[in-house]
Ligand binder design. Structure first.
Ligand SMILES: Nc1ncnc2c1ncn2[C@@H]1O[C@H](COP(=O)(O)OP(=O)(O)OP(=O)(O)O)[C@@H](O)[C@H]1O
Length: 628
């Protein structure tokens, strides 16, 4: 062997050995990853056990040293008779010094959970809140109750900030609450220094973090500034943290605890049922003019003298609706992200003071609307997710009185929304969840919302406060879809053979033997109304028998329809697919008083009705009729 060959041989051996080492590294890395995952899931399980253990304590008690003060302050300062569900638990737990995450639905009264304790003990409560309008509303309301409260936001003048910071570091300060936006923690060393002085003086009583789900990247509303709040529990070890949110997913909550460095802390969750909200879906006409006429009539009659919100999904729609309703003699403002901060405040205030009966708004009109007597929320266009829908509609009836959540639905809106959201993973599934809710013609709407939040409210919790449960005579008709699926597949295949793409409308046309002759199927005209046929297409889409296929043009994104993964099963011998037909009952213009009276009566005779309702539900189930 030449010296070069010897070296070559050695090199080979080294390579072989390197290969062995690398494969060991891969194995070890994979083991490391597995151990990390295991470690995380063990940590999660331990934290969950800790949270659950803390949750076993009866926090509703009235024998704490502060219980009498709590009761007096509730009645004298806040002028409220009693607590809403879980408010007292959160108050007792935070006054006991626990870190608490309070999960309550929109309008359930989360603010009281930190405002009231602030009055029970000496010292200062810092309230972190993401929205200036929310801060302003709350400060206005607390000031009117003679409570010493201040706020710092990006628009607060420098001298005022200096004065406030001076006050909080003063041993004798009598300020009870200070509201700040989260970026204060990230961007102001001066603020942090004064907060540390406040803590050193033993005066930092509590840190309340509103909309605490904004800490989590898993939530629907992640805000980068919230991540700086993670240092607080370490920096102010004796100060309890109280996080508040209306987002209930376990994943988000666990992430929030992690981000705030309070793993295993107590989680107090109240039910998401809002018994005073009446949920209804109405048919949305194809023309915008007719849509606006429906809203006009509702505002002029059913909701005369009442205040509400009309949600839509585009700035243009919000402007058009507001302009058109104003032309028709109504007082309706418009609110969207393109308004500057001043205009937003102006519009919000006019609405708050009832100078506007309604706002036609995009989702920019969101968090922190503290108007208790919103009597109606109309969705002119469906929301992107059920979570969003619940938050948006939940802005109605925060005072606990009857309020209505009306959604205008038509198939075409699915594509309006899907073409905006499809690019992120999971978004279409979320949207289809919302569509399923709209298409539903047989199950109590509350039941569907409960399922979404992993809760079980039981059938009787609705008290006929949704269009499904209140429709006593309804006979649920089901439509057998097997034959229709075959027809639709044949049209899709005809189009594919001709290299033609089908929008949902084109597919419907061909199904009804309209539009280009070359695309039409060879069968008979379906024995369905176009309306029901639209529901069938939407149903097949959300059930994965059809899928959307998005294509870009220079101006827009178009959604085309293709066969979905489930469509292959239609030829199976035991294939069966049925869809309950949704009834489109219009919303009467003026029977709301009757509904309210009926509701009051229902609450009184709840026990009696419970049995009746169970009987009715059974009757409904037995009245299913199948048509094709
Ligand atoms: N115990 C109570 N009794 C009667 N009304 C109450 C009670 N607690 C709070 N409220 C009222 O309920 C309304 C909603 O309260 P709050 O703004 O705190 O809700 P929230 O849970 O923070 O909602 P959001 O998630 O939208 O911010 C307010 O008008 C408040 O005064």
């Amino acid at each position: 062997m030449t010296p070069a060959q010897e070296l070559e041989e050695e090199l080979k051996n080294v390579d072989t050995e390197l290969g062995v080492v690398e494969s060991e590294i891969v194995k070890l890395k994979s083991r490391q990853r597995m151990l990390h995952e295991k470690k995380n899931s063990l940590k999660h399980a331990i934290n969950k056990l800790k949270s659950d253990k803390l949750a076993e304590v009866d926090w509703e008690g009235t024998n704490y040293t502060w219980s009498n003060d709590v009761k007096d302050i509730l009645q004298i300062v806040f002028q409220l008779e009693s607590f809403r569900p879980k408010q007292l638990s959160v108050i007792n737990a935070t006054l006991s010094g626990q870190h608490v995450i309070a999960v309550m639905p929109t309008g359930a009264g989360k603010s009281l959970c930190y405002q009231l304790p602030a009055m029970v003990q000496g010292g200062l409560t810092i309230v972190v809140s993401p929205l200036v309008s929310l801060i302003e509303d709350q400060v206005r309301s607390l000031t009117s109750k003679q409570i010493a409260v201040k706020y710092i936001t990006s628009t607060t003048p420098k001298e005022q900030i200096t004065e406030i910071l001076h006050t909080i570091s003063d041993k004798h300060c009598n300020m009870k609450l200070l509201y700040v936006t989260p970026e204060r923690f990230a961007k102001s060393k001066r603020f942090m220094a004064n907060l540390q002085k406040c803590y050193a003086n033993g005066r930092l009583q509590r840190i309340a973090i509103d909309e605490v789900h904004c800490c989590s990247q898993w939530g629907h509303d992640f805000r980068p500034d919230y991540k700086y709040l993670g240092i607080l529990s370490g920096m102010f070890q004796k100060t309890p943290i109280l996080g508040l949110t209306a987002t209930a997913t376990a994943h988000v909550l666990s992430d929030v605890q992690k981000m705030l460095s309070i793993p295993g802390s107590l989680v107090i969750k109240s039910t998401f049922n809002r018994p005073n909200l009446y949920y209804k879906i109405i048919k949305k006409p194809t023309s915008q003019d007719e849509c606006i006429s429906i809203i006009e009539n509702l505002l002029k009659h059913r909701y005369r003298g009442e205040t509400g919100i009309i949600y839509t999904n585009s700035i243009k729609d919000s402007e058009d609706i507001a302009i058109e309703l104003t032309k028709r003699g109504l007082k309706v403002g418009c609110y969207h992200a393109n308004l500057d901060a001043n205009d937003r405040t102006k519009v919000h205030t006019k609405w708050h003071e009832k100078k506007y009966q309604a706002l036609a708004a995009t989702v920019a009109f969101g968090m922190g609307i503290d108007k208790p007597d919103v009597r109606f929320v109309i969705h002119h266009t469906i929301s992107k997710t059920m979570e969003n829908y619940y938050q948006e509609s939940g802005r109605a009836g925060r005072d606990g009185n009857h309020a209505e959540c009306v959604t205008m639905y038509r198939m075409q809106d699915i594509f309006k929304v899907s073409s905006m959201v499809f690019s992120s993973i999971g978004n279409l599934d979320h949207l289809y969840g919302m569509v399923k809710y709209c298409l539903n013609g047989a199950t109590c709407r509350r039941q569907l919302i409960a399922e979404h939040f992993d809760e079980d409210w039981g059938d009787t919790d609705c008290n006929k406060m949704c269009d499904i449960c209140s429709d006593e005579q309804s006979e649920i008709e089901e439509i057998d879809l097997q034959w229709h699926c075959k027809t639709l597949v044949s049209i899709i295949e005809i189009a594919e053979n001709q290299d033609t793409k089908l929008t949902a409308n084109k597919l419907l046309d061909a199904w009804f033997l309209k539009g280009p002759v070359a695309l039409r199927h060879k069968g008979k005209l379906p024995k369905l109304s176009r309306e029901v046929a639209e529901d069938v297409l939407a149903f097949l889409l959300v059930e994965n028998y059809l899928v959307e296929d998005f294509h870009f043009t220079s101006y827009t994104t178009i959604s085309y329809i293709k066969k979905g993964p489930c469509m292959d099963s239609i030829h199976d011998t035991n294939f069966s697919l049925k869809m309950p037909i949704r009834k489109y009952t219009p919303l009467s213009q003026n029977n709301k008083k009757e509904t309210s009276r009926e509701m009051a009566h229902q609450v009184k005779s709840f026990k009696k009705r419970k049995t009746t309702f169970e009987a009715e539900s059974e009757a409904k189930v037995s009245k299913i009729v199948v048509i094709d």
